[in-house]
Design a protein around this ligand. Structure first.
Ligand code: DC
Length: 212
């Protein structure tokens, strides 16, 4: 079973590269950040205080989530657009810090890979915690300016403001006690700042094929 773990900070190119790589390998792609975002969306909708860890965790365990290559449903609601909005984006780090939520989502991520007989999985703790025995671990990064510019090109906004938001989320994701964003010593570390998607994907394809 081939499992490719792709981790890295926001705007490093994870989603684009993971999707393209999955297509080339004939595997499915799982965006674990979308799962944290979907829980955040459901908690906001249910008017749950996001700092109430037990309530948010309980909601997570009770929620049914469906992730396809381009849509996210939670409890029957199409959350695809809303999970990328400002409200969810600014609140999601609080949910991602909740250890009970992480435990539940981690189990679902492992189950998803078993059900799909492998996959390309992107997130922050995929190579370090969720799939420590992944076929290939990749840590993607890019300069802060390039990352902010990519987000603006995707969803609009002001580069300086977006850069500040990204820096704040990076700091929270890297400093939380439960499964922070880290580079593992066995990951291929790739800076995507000055490289094309095709170039990075073809490098990763070679690395996977060499290992499988
Ligand atoms: O990749 P993203 O921006 O959609 O991720 C949303 C948030 O979820 C971000 O704060 C990082 C967090 N996250 C995480 O803690 N663990 C993961 N495996 C994926 C995302």
């Amino acid at each position: 079973m081939i499992v490719v773990a792709i981790d890295g900070p926001a705007g490093a190119g994870k989603s684009t590269i993971a999707k393209a790589l999955a297509l080339k390998l004939g595997l499915r792609y799982l965006d674990t950040g979308a799962m944290y975002r979907a829980v955040t969306f459901a908690a906001i909708n249910a008017k749950i205080n996001l700092t109430d860890q037990d309530l948010v965790a309980d909601l997570t365990r009770r929620s049914e989530m469906v992730l396809t290559n381009d849509a996210v449903f939670i409890n029957g609601l199409d959350a695809t657009t809303a999970i990328r909005g400002v409200q969810v984006t600014s609140a999601v780090s609080a949910v991602a810090m909740n250890s009970q939520v992480r435990t539940e989502l981690r189990e679902r991520q492992r189950q998803w890979v078993t059900d799909h007989k492998g996959g390309v999985v992107e997130g922050r703790d995929i190579g370090s915690v969720v799939f420590p025995d992944a076929t290939l671990k990749v840590y993607l990064t890019a300069s802060p300016l390039v990352r902010a510019q990519r987000r603006v090109a995707q969803s609009g906004g002001n580069v300086d403001e977006i850069a500040q938001g990204i820096a704040a989320r990076d700091a929270q994701d890297s400093s939380r006690s439960d499964s922070p964003l880290v580079q593992t010593s066995d990951a291929a570390i790739i800076d995507t700042s000055d490289r094309s998607i095709e170039d990075v994907v073809s490098q990763l394809l070679k690395l996977v094929l060499a290992k499988s």
